[in-house]
Design a protein around this ligand. Structure first.
Ligand SMILES: *Cc1c(COP(=O)(O)O)cnc(C)c1O
Length: 415
């Protein structure tokens, strides 16, 4: 039986060798990536390492393990905050799936966002950020980055190559999310990334919605692809974790910022996220299939004004989504025709399968009221109907439609 001989340097080389030769499809790679049983007594899953402290035998070993002298990258294990073999297993798996150089695990998705922005911005820099982004990320920009002297400008999600007109000599970072939170506009990622590359501007994308199964930002020219692993990657609504996958050029800067600001993942959460990742492709397939059916059903309902889901053939973002994405997910938005507070509550207060709660990406369905108009400035929100965000889970889709249908009956009866 092999001894426990996990060597972080060798592990990195293994991953890179596989990259040059691999022919396997994504579903196969999800099963085999980020684990090396021979290094851990043959156990299938990389074990959970509970560790703050790593012991060194010699001064030489202690100094050598800290940083690779040439690249400045952390190569060994030195201290729990920098990661353990469990952390590295998840980072390596996500790196391989998204075609990056390396990845950084953070305590939650917002931590990955904050670290990615702080890594590349200084006082006096200009940040371009998509208008309809995740609300708490917008709050971080307004409440924290502004305080440190970063100049923030929001852009229309549909700007595409037109982003160039907004570039200034001090523009350092372009941040986007696609599809956007709540309103699900699809950005022309390749066009935006290309404009950034031409000007050495770092592009950062929140890829939580699609997961690595639906979209691989680095293949489209993005420098940092980040995820709330809290959502689809873990998939079971029971942990908080973030992860950012990067190109070689920006990795060290991002890793130093994330560790330096104190972002790291807890051992059990990291383990469970990696466990969740193993079933991501089959979960995503089901989420997408059911969400499309629910979205199409909603489009026929008299109570519904519009449905915002790029997988729908008549969605304004459909053409770009189809060109760039490999799959959709189970999360989408809708706007109801105007109704009263009492009607809205009658529908939502008694849902049985679509339970009300923030977050999404778990196996279960969720619904939450949305107020897109309050969170945007570059592209005003015209609708006066109430917004809803649905997460279509893994339940039987006809049961889910039935739950919504009974909700609409209550809404009508409360008129
Ligand atoms: C939830 C979410 C985040 C934040 O992740 P946390 O793990 O909750 O901090 C970031 N981006 C998007 C799009 C999200 O939905």
């Amino acid at each position: 039986m092999p001894a426990c001989s996990f060597d972080p340097l060798r592990h990195l080389t293994d991953i890179m060798d596989q990259k040059t030769e691999r022919q396997h499809k994504t579903d196969t790679r999800v099963v085999h990536t980020g684990r090396t049983p021979r290094d851990f007594h043959g156990v299938v899953n990389t074990p959970v390492y509970h560790a703050s402290t790593f012991i060194f035998e010699t001064v030489d070993e202690l100094l050598e393990t800290r940083r690779d002298r040439a690249s400045g990258a952390y190569v060994g294990f030195t201290y729990g905050r920098e990661g353990t073999p469990t952390t590295r297993a998840l980072e390596d798996a996500m790196t391989e799936l998204e075609g990056g150089y390396r990845a950084v695990v953070t305590s939650c998705g917002l931590g990955a966002i904050a670290a990615s922005l702080m890594a590349f911005l200084s006082a006096g820099d200009h940040l371009l950020i998509v208008d309809s982004l995740y609300g708490p990320a917008r709050a971080f920009c307004e409440e924290t980055l502004r305080k440190f002297g970063v100049d923030i400008e929001y852009f229309d999600p549909q700007i595409g190559a037109g982003i160039e007109a907004l570039f200034r000599p001090n523009t350092r970072v372009v941040y986007l999310e696609s599809p956007c939170s709540l309103t699900f506009e699809v950005c022309d990622v390749p066009a935006i990334a290309k404009a950034c590359r031409a000007r050495d501007i770092v592009s950062v994308m929140d890829n939580t919605w699609a997961s690595p199964i639906g979209f691989r930002p680095l293949r489209h020219g993005i420098d940092v692809s980040l995820h709330a692993a809290t959502k689809y990657i873990s998939g079971h609504s029971d942990l908080m974790l973030g992860i950012a996958v990067t190109t070689e050029e920006v990795f060290v800067r991002l890793k130093q910022t994330a560790s330096g600001a104190g972002y790291c993942g807890g051992p059990d959460d990291v383990y469970m996220a990696l466990r969740g990742l193993r079933t991501l492709p089959i979960r995503m397939e089901r989420h997408q299939r059911s969400a499309l059916k629910v979205a199409q059903w909603l489009q026929q309902r008299p109570e519904v004004d519009s449905v915002m889901y790029p997988a729908l053939p008549d969605d304004p973002g459909h053409a770009i989504w189809k060109r760039d994405f490999e799959a959709a997910s189970g999360l989408f938005g809708l706007v109801l025709k105007p109704c009263s507070d009492a009607q809205f509550a009658a529908m939502l207060d008694h849902m049985t399968l679509f339970q009300m709660g923030y977050s999404w990406g778990g196996y279960e369905s969720l619904v939450v009221p949305t107020y897109p108009g309050t969170l945007r400035t570059a592209r005003p929100w015209a609708s006066d109907g109430r917004g809803l965000r649905l997460h279509v889970g893994l339940e039987d889709v006809d049961d889910l439609i039935d739950d919504l249908e009974r909700g609409f009956q209550r809404l009508a009866a409360a008129a």
